[in-house]
Design a protein around this ligand. Structure first.
Ligand SMILES: C[S@@+](CC[C@H](N)C(=O)[O-])C[C@H]1O[C@@H](n2cnc3c(N)ncnc32)[C@H](O)[C@@H]1O
Ligand code: SF4
Length: 396
């Protein structure tokens, strides 16, 4: 039996100052009086109940995602991290990321976050153009983002990510490139570059703004990628760019099909049991229900064993996002399946020029990256089937 995969921890904070019209994350308008103390206690009750699933592995990374984790004070973040550390072993130099909306940090709490144990900040910048920010309903200006990033750097947090979106309403190629240019000047080790997508059940889906067409969006992606590459920020995943050594350890663990615990409203987990089955588990989405039931069975939204025939697809959904691809030995170690389970899809994808096989290593070609959904879809089982233990649909 292979050793269990590395274990990460995802912590979800489900509130934002104001919901953005394009966003379908589990985020809710924050109440006047944010129940920080109650939520910290709920998270730790939730973790207590999930502890056996860690199988005594050390934690490899922690990610505070949202919603807007920077709505929580440094003191609340410290109490969460202290609580986690009293329950689980931290790997040396473990990455601890906190997602931050630049419109929520006017009092520059970065020294406090750092003292609490946060060593990486991810900023939701989206654009450095105030008109573009207004069109997508953001609460902050470009100057506020710029100031917040510099304040984090001044507080000694060097490991920063900027989230930018492209193909924004009315955006032209020059606008997308100007955003990337400004990001390069800030010299962060990481950049996430997402195409704005219309997500079902959002105000933007109901009332779409004038978005660039697919060809224009592809041109933006290619031009920005080339410029970032030139500036030393190399694409290593569909939307992720890093200087050497600046890759996000937490996200790499997802893409390498590692394990993770998920605590907080709507948080998802993926866990391998020593006996073999791999399960996904998620918590109820509504903050109120979560606060009430965290730590009990009623806070579990669902629990799914991934059927063996579904595993090649689930693995590819993650691993093929990485430009470096994966090793077949790692596929077998993380899924318990032999190389044969990837056939005939692997051979067909090679014949179509989507994938190359180099010894034990599999990676996408430029053509494969252009048609990534088709490549991943090739690994779907003939008749998809997952065994549901209980619970409803899985949403983050
Ligand atoms: C949870 S949010 C990040 C932190 C914080 N909530 C914020 O927005 O400032 C994660 C990132 O997902 C991206 N995102 C959210 N909705 C998206 C959409 N519909 N299309 C593309 N990217 C999206 C944004 O870049 C956002 O920064
Ligand atoms: S994009 Fe970020 S700030 Fe906007 S609603 Fe979503 S999670 Fe909240």
């Amino acid at each position: 039996m292979s050793p269990l995969p590395p274990l990460a921890l995802y912590i979800h904070i489900p509130w934002c100052v104001r919901k953005c019209p394009y966003c379908d994350f589990n985020s809710h308008n924050a109440p006047q009086d944010l129940p920080q103390r109650e939520y910290v206690e709920a998270l730790l009750r939730d973790l207590d109940r999930d502890l056996p699933l860690a199988q005594e592995r050390p934690l490899h990374s922690i990610f505070f995602g949202g919603g807007t984790p920077s709505l929580f004070s440094a003191d609340s973040i410290a109490r969460i991290l202290d609580g986690v550390q009293s329950r689980l072993v931290f790997a040396p130099q473990m990455e601890v990321t906190l997602e931050t909306n630049p419109g929520t940090v006017e009092h520059a709490p970065f020294a406090g976050y750092r003292a609490a144990g946060v060593n990486r900040i991810s900023f939701g910048v989206q654009s450095f153009d105030d008109a573009a920010l207004a069109r997508i309903g953001r609460i902050h200006s470009a100057a506020e983002a710029d100031r917040a990033i510099k304040q984090a750097q001044d507080a000694g947090i060097e490991n920063l990510n900027l989230d930018l979106m492209y193909a924004l309403p009315q955006q032209k190629l020059a606008g997308a490139l100007a955003d990337v240019e400004k990001a390069i000047l800030l010299q962060t080790p990481h950049l996430s570059h997402y195409q704005l997508t219309l997500e079902p059940n959002t105000p933007f889906a109901a009332n779409p703004p004038p978005l660039p067409d697919d060809d224009s969006a592809w041109d933006m992606q290619e031009a920005c990628q080339a410029r970032l590459d030139e500036a030393g920020l190399v694409q290593y995943e569909v939307s992720a760019y890093a200087r050497s050594g600046g890759e996000c350890a937490h996200n790499l663990n997802y893409w390498r099909f590692g394990d993770y615990l998920g605590i907080g409203a709507g948080a998802h987990a993926k866990l391998t049991s020593p006996e073999g089955p791999i399960r996904r588990r998620w918590k109820v989405r509504a903050p109120r229900g979560y606060l009430q039931y965290a730590g009990t069975e009623r806070a579990v939204g669902g629990d799914d064993v991934i059927a063996a025939e579904q595993l090649p697809f689930e693995f590819m959904l993650n691993a093929l996002r990485l430009n470096a691809g994966f090793r077949i030995a790692d596929f077998s170690a993380h899924t318990g399946l032999a190389r044969e389970s990837l056939e005939p899809a692997l051979s067909r994808a090679q014949e179509r020029g989507w994938l190359v096989l180099d010894g034990d290593e599999v990676r996408t070609t430029a053509l494969g990256r252009r048609f990534l959904n088709d490549v991943i879809g090739a690994f779907l089982p003939e008749r998809p089937r997952t065994r549901l233990i209980h619970g409803g649909p899985a949403h983050a």
